[in-house]
Write a protein that binds this ligand. Structure first.
Ligand SMILES: *[C@@H]1O[C@H](CO)[C@@H](O)[C@H](O)[C@H]1NC(C)=O
Ligand SMILES: *[C@@H]1O[C@H](CO)[C@@H](O)[C@H](O)[C@H]1NC(C)=O
Ligand SMILES: *[C@@H]1O[C@H](CO)[C@@H](O)[C@H](O)[C@H]1NC(C)=O
Ligand SMILES: *[C@@H]1O[C@H](CO)[C@@H](O)[C@H](O)[C@H]1NC(C)=O
Length: 295
């Protein structure tokens, strides 16, 4: 079949699946454990119980080898586990000298990136924890990182500053957005279909911007300020976040939307990650190759 015909078929599939789909599972970390929730059934499973506060502020997924990676802020390391799996066993990946907060996996190049809070560095290693390399050392108050592995852009979030955009080696760096003066931000996500970044600040506002820095919007004002907004993820029409009542919330992207409580924990929720099956991720990369080939 002609590549353009394939392209159109995939274009239709891509947009309908991305806009309408809800993630198969959300992974999230509370102070005491790592859990998964089925958004449809609300069924929650504990994947990793850690009893103590390890401080898990982010996750990312290696879709080629099927591992979830996460940093443990208070332990100063990065660990991984096979997922999905009936047998969740943590494997140690690498010790970090500073406190790691944000993590991002570039499966295609076998790389794990992380940003260290306070030491303000960006580091990288291979998926097995070898070849540790400090990519950049002069950030200010970094906490978050997201990769667009398809278009190959890196987004780094600075708690009291804003979000930068660069290539994976930090070249071509620019500021996407400056956060409103005196607010602090500990979570962000990228919505790939829209090419927009979302974050929640400690005034309880969920905000968004195009990846080129245009069209900054306040999507939802929860009018509830807190220093505990650590978790947001966005997919299609829905925003998932943790509120200051230890609840995992789902809402659509309108100020009037009803907040649906998916789950209530006994401790604070520090991160949320939308999990798609590896097939979905590979499909996105395949789609991108077709796009390049046909333009
Ligand atoms: C679970 O996985 C670990 C590490 O991969 C392995 O050592 C262990 O034997 C597995 N346990 C079961 C019950 O399969
Ligand atoms: C990582 O840290 C742990 C605990 O401090 C230590 O036991 C282990 O040997 C370290 N591993 C490496 C590869 O440095
Ligand atoms: C962010 O603030 C800096 C310093 O005030 C300014 O130079 C820059 O243009 C701003 N960038 C954006 C995207 O607003
Ligand atoms: C968002 O949810 C509200 C109710 O919670 C509903 O009235 C509205 O139509 C929804 N908007 C979209 C775009 O789905």
């Amino acid at each position: 079949m002609d590549v353009r015909v394939w392209f159109k078929i995939f274009l239709i599939f891509y947009y309908t699946s991305a806009v309408e789909s809800i993630p198969e599972k959300l992974l999230f970390a509370s102070t005491h454990s790592i859990m998964e929730i089925d958004v449809d059934t609300r069924h929650v499973n504990v994947l990793v119980g850690h009893g103590d506060s390890f401080g898990v502020f982010s996750f990312d997924y290696d879709y080629q080898n099927e591992y979830v990676y996460f940093p443990r802020y208070n332990v100063r390391d990065i660990v991984r586990f096979r997922y999905p799996s009936q047998n969740i066993t943590l494997q140690h990946v690498v010790n970090t000298t500073a406190k790691p907060a944000g993590i991002a996996v570039d499966s295609a190049n076998d790389h794990v990136y992380w940003v260290n809070h306070k030491s303000n560095t960006l580091s990288r290693c291979t998926l097995d924890g070898t070849n540790v390399f400090v990519v950049f050392t002069s950030f200010s108050n970094t906490f978050m990182i997201q990769l667009d592995v398809i278009n190959r852009w890196m987004y780094v979030g600075y708690i009291d500053n804003g979000i930068s955009k660069s290539r994976f080696d930090l070249t071509d760096i620019s500021t996407v957005v400056n956060f409103t003066l005196s607010t602090r931000v500990f979570c962000m996500d990228i919505e790939m279909t829209e090419q927009r970044l979302y974050w929640m600040n400690n005034d309880g506002d969920i905000k968004s911007v195009n990846v080129d820095g245009s069209d900054v919007q306040t999507i939802i004002s929860t009018s509830s300020s807190s220093n505990e907004y650590d978790a947001i993820c966005v997919l299609g029409s829905y925003i998932y976040y943790a509120d200051n009542n230890k609840q995992l919330i789902m809402r659509n992207k309108s100020q009037e939307s009803t907040a649906t409580v998916l789950y209530t924990d006994i401790s604070h929720i520090n991160s949320i990650y939308k999990f798609h099956s590896p097939d979905w991720c590979i499909f996105q990369l395949f789609f991108k190759r077709l796009t390049y080939n046909s333009i």
